[in-house]
Design a protein around this ligand. Structure first.
Ligand SMILES: [Fe+2]
Length: 376
């Protein structure tokens, strides 16, 4: 405890006060004295004191009256009384009215008195720590209540919006997911915009594959969120420019599962969860895929689409250790891994798109509006 410890001794006998000061000379606390009750109360208004020890028999104000007054004005002070053996009735009163912590009998034993004072300071510090923690708990409870109220308000507001303007909410929802995806990408300067572009490429693939609107939208959102689990991977691993160690590689391989866990509780993303979980499975079911080594059609189609668009996006983007690769290299990679890592149908559709659109397909900073895209 860093707080300076001070004990106040109150006694009308100067000799006693001197003896106490001598006794406490080498103790790690300050000693202040008063010879009257009124003076003691005055000292307490002037400086912080944690422990008070008073004699009972004093002119003007008795020790019990003083302790009782202190209890009213400074309830956190640890109160003790120094009294003779014969004054047991006084002791009882001091305990009842002054609520004292300890009674010390005269003549005192030096070591015992010092030990008692140390305990009194500990007692004071402990109580003030408990008070502080209680206060923190109270404040946090209030904050929580406040947040709950806010949350309830937000939920009501959202529910109304759903009823009133379904489409508007849909757009807001996609924007929120995009913001989340951007937050994930921002963990690494080199992946800015990555998730959005994966979503865009994947949507175009989905449409070329002739998928229904609802599924195209799911592909887009899964694309935006495919790497959301990287939130749970240490930045140091994500941004490490050098080759990853085996342990770090294992750590990064957790991200599809982490992502699925993050999205699991969100009811309206229920269909997206498996797509996120399986976006690194290999089409041939080999153990290079993860987390479940699913194979072929057992892998959700959006995941297979995302894996291809993810690869194209990552290869054509700059990295700390290399510039973006040319399209020919990407096309070769797709051919090489068609049927092993990639679903051949997805590779075929990507190759068709790249053929038709060329460099335009992978141009950065294209604006894309999924709802407008779905209308076409
Ligand atoms: Fe990923």
């Amino acid at each position: 405890m860093s707080e300076q410890h001070t004990v106040l001794f109150v006694d009308d006998e100067v000799n006693i006060l001197r003896a106490v000061q001598r006794l406490m000379r080498n103790e790690p606390c300050e000693v202040v004295t008063a010879s009257r009750g009124a003076e003691a109360l005055e000292v307490l208004t002037r400086q912080p004191v944690q422990v008070v020890v008073t004699d009972q028999r004093m002119p003007e104000m008795s020790g019990v009256d003083l302790l009782s007054a202190i209890r009213d004005r400074h309830p956190d002070l640890v109160r003790m009384m120094l009294t003779g053996y014969t004054e047991m009735n006084v002791a009882v009163e001091a305990i009842n009215r002054g609520k004292i912590y300890r009674l010390i009998t005269k003549p005192w034993n030096d070591e015992e008195l010092k030990a008692t004072l140390r305990q009194a300071f500990d007692h004071h510090d402990l109580k003030s720590e408990i008070r502080r923690l209680n206060q923190v708990t109270r404040e946090q409870n209030l904050k929580l209540q406040d947040m709950n109220r806010n949350l309830e308000g937000k939920v009501r507001e959202r529910t109304k919006q759903v009823a009133d303007k379904h489409q508007e909410l849909r757009i807001a929802y996609v924007q929120t997911i995009r913001a989340l995806a951007e937050a994930v990408d921002a963990k690494d300067a080199y992946t800015r915009g990555h998730s959005e572009r994966v979503g865009v490429y994947a949507s175009k693939m989905a449409r070329s594959l002739g998928l229904p609107r609802e599924l195209i939208e799911r592909v887009y959102i899964s694309g935006l969120l495919h790497d959301v689990g990287k939130i749970g991977v240490r930045d140091a691993v994500i941004t490490k420019p050098e080759r990853l160690t085996d342990a770090e590689y294992l750590e990064i391989q957790q991200h599809p599962e982490i992502g699925a866990r993050i999205l699991q509780p969100v009811e309206f993303l229920a269909d997206v969860v498996p797509c996120v979980r399986h976006h690194h499975e290999w089409y041939d079911g080999s153990d290079r895929g993860y987390p479940d080594r699913l194979r072929g059609d057992a892998i959700p189609l959006p995941s297979r689409i995302i894996l291809v668009s993810d690869t194209v996006e990552a290869m054509t983007s700059d990295r700390p250790y290399r510039k973006g690769l040319p399209l020919e290299t990407v096309v070769r990679e797709l051919h090489d891994f068609s049927g092993t890592q990639f679903d051949p149908a997805c590779v075929a559709v990507m190759l068709r798109l790249l053929e038709a659109e060329g460099e335009e397909f992978i141009k950065k900073d294209q604006s894309f509006d999924i709802h407008a895209f779905l209308e076409v």
